[in-house]
Design a protein around this ligand. Structure first.
Ligand SMILES: Nc1ncnc2c1ncn2[C@@H]1O[C@H](COP(=O)(O)OP(=O)(O)OP(=O)(O)O)[C@@H](O)[C@H]1O
Ligand SMILES: [Mg+2]
Length: 156
């Protein structure tokens, strides 16, 4: 059984609690993006961005929430709001640079094995139209990422 019910109606908010949420929730968000009028490619880009953000919540905070809502300003589009109560990010500017993060390592037989590339937030930045990351005063991280229905110019 899946717990993938929005926890409120006017803004679909999904609880992130387990590893399978990293693809189940983005799948639902892609459906929402298509309902909002995004084409298949843009909806897929939103799905990938959501999966990177949910993956980070699971990996670094354990649990959190993902809200998806329609926005009308500064442009029409879709907004993802991803919240957790984890440690936050000490240097947000550095965390956005691809490859800065050392990713997650485990040690086997004295060798460090790398499990991630440190490109998740950079990918979200490129796939979405606008993005903000804040350490919440009460603790934890909030990532807000918007995608506009019409970009000024196509992204590379
Ligand atoms: N929700 C979060 N809470 C705390 N720290 C975070 C969170 N999300 C990201 N970070 C920090 O920012 C760094 C960069 O995140 P990013 O998603 O870009 O890379 P990654 O998770 O290390 O690797 P990848 O996403 O490529 O598997 C992480 O290594 C982690 O230190
Ligand atoms: Mg990541």
């Amino acid at each position: 059984m899946t717990m993938l019910q929005p926890v409120n109606d006017d803004r679909n908010t999904f609880a992130v609690a387990r590893a399978t949420d990293a693809y189940l929730i983005p799948g639902r968000i892609k459906e929402t993006a298509l309902e909002f009028g995004f084409d298949e490619k843009s909806a897929w880009e939103i799905e990938i961005a959501a999966s990177e953000l949910v993956d980070n919540v699971i990996r670094y905070a354990g649990t959190g929430t993902v809200a998806v809502e329609r926005i009308h300003a500064p442009r029409s589009g879709l907004r993802l709001i991803v919240d957790d109560d984890g440690p936050g990010i000490e240097n947000i500017d550095l965390a956005l640079i691809d490859g800065f993060s050392q990713g997650v390592f485990t040690v086997h037989d004295g060798r460090r094995i790398r499990h991630s590339l440190g490109v998740g937030l950079g990918a979200v930045h490129r796939l979405m139209s606008a993005m903000t990351i804040v350490n919440k005063p009460e603790g934890g991280l909030r990532v807000t990422a918007d995608k506009w229905l019409r970009e000024d110019k196509p992204k590379p």
